[in-house]
Design a protein around this ligand. Structure first.
Ligand code: PHB
Length: 366
């Protein structure tokens, strides 16, 4: 049988990848207390996973205001840039590629995480019925403060600076996180965006913030090294839209105007296999997008191989399997058994459950 396309090279825009097994962004809450910088253990963790076609890092806040959970990393200070440089060096030293995910959580935060104890910000002053993780425990997210037009311009500048910092840190590209109910998704969807100005109302207005972010970020990197992550049918973080098919059809049309590296799609509800309706709706959006398509959500070896061979995705991003299998690409290629991830060590802590999952013992491989 011919080799599965999943294990063959590809180009995500200008980013050449050796195979189409991608490490999905995974929040692990292990940044250094005090400065939210990645350090040596992050270099070890990501370096262990360097045989992925590309790694997309954990969501990384573009500014102190963009933070929504304990111990997530940033990309706005020199210390953070220096920490990420250790990570990119480790991955590049093993021949891998690594893309930084740029994140602003918007209303999914808490004053205890915000500069000067301020309220989190959002397109509109509407609380999410959601929780975040602060001071070691879960808390409800409060009613946010609506951003002014001037505030929005400042956030766009934060994205630009973060994109520049990602270059200084040696990444191969950046992914704009526009999914999962965080700030950009809050602008896109009418359940969270009730603005009466140029950023709210019609879908053309609701997508304006994403466009301004993409103009800034592609201005730094060139569109061929910028991807976007969307989750049109995901209700995580209490996000909703009255007509997601129409909203995201328009979003995809806008993305087509940029010539981006890829579109990364959370194809259903987060960490849940797709329903039949979601499958049909996602297929329409995928067909509408003109660039490389990166599929994500509960794929396994068989569904990933079949989806890429059928031409229904150019690459597949794996999340939870990458927590427990640093050599996931080799294991999939050899059809070797997978280590099971331990949910108790997903979020927070140090090496345990982070850098200590075993590699395949090749002497035992069939
Ligand atoms: C999380 O920290 O729970 C989280 C972060 C980013 C996502 C999804 C979940 O896109």
């Amino acid at each position: 049988m011919a080799q599965a396309k999943l294990f063959s090279p590809f180009k995500l825009g200008d980013i050449e990848i050796g195979n189409r097994v991608i490490m999905a962004p995974l929040t692990r809450n292990r940044a250094r207390r005090g400065d939210d910088a990645p350090y040596e253990i992050h270099a070890t963790y990501y370096g262990q996973r360097a045989t992925a076609g590309a790694i997309i890092t954990e969501a990384t806040q573009i500014s102190p205001q963009g933070k929504g959970y304990d111990d997530t990393p940033g990309i706005y200070s020199q210390t953070q840039i220096d920490g990420w440089k250790k990570v990119t060096d480790a991955v590049h030293g093993k021949g891998g590629k690594i893309i930084l995910q740029l994140w602003h959580v918007g209303r999914i935060s808490h004053p205890d995480l915000q500069p000067d104890g301020a309220d989190p910000v959002a397109p509109s002053a509407i609380a999410a019925n959601a929780q975040t993780f602060v001071n070691g425990g879960f808390v409800d997210t409060p009613t946010p403060r609506a951003l002014s037009a001037e505030d929005i311009a400042n956030v766009v500048e934060d994205y630009r600076t973060a994109a520049e910092n990602a270059q200084a840190a040696g990444f191969d590209g950046v992914e704009v996180h526009a999914a999962n109910g965080y700030l950009i998704d809050q602008f896109l969807r009418d359940g969270a965006n009730m603005r009466g100005d140029a950023y709210g109302g019609s879908v053309e207005n609701r997508v304006r913030f994403l466009k301004e972010v993409l103009d800034a970020v592609t201005g730094v990197w060139g569109a061929g090294r910028v991807g976007v992550r969307l989750s049109p049918f995901n209700g995580f973080n209490d996000i909703s839209d009255s007509d997601p098919e129409a909203t995201f059809a328009h979003v995809v049309d806008v993305l087509n105007g940029y010539g981006l590296a890829y579109l990364h799609m959370v194809e259903g509800q987060l960490a849940t296999p797709q329903s039949d309706d979601e499958r049909t709706s996602v297929a329409k959006l995928r067909a509408r997008f003109e660039g490389a398509y990166l599929a994500n959500n509960s794929y396994d070896r068989e569904t990933a191989i079949n989806t890429v061979d059928a031409g229904d995705a150019d690459a597949v991003a794996f999340g939870r399997p990458y927590i427990a299998n640093p050599d996931l690409k080799e294991r999939l290629e050899l059809s070797a058994p997978l280590n099971e991830p331990d949910p108790a060590t997903f979020y927070g802590g140090t090496e345990k459950g982070y850098t200590d999952y075993p590699f395949l013992d090749r002497s035992q491989a069939a």
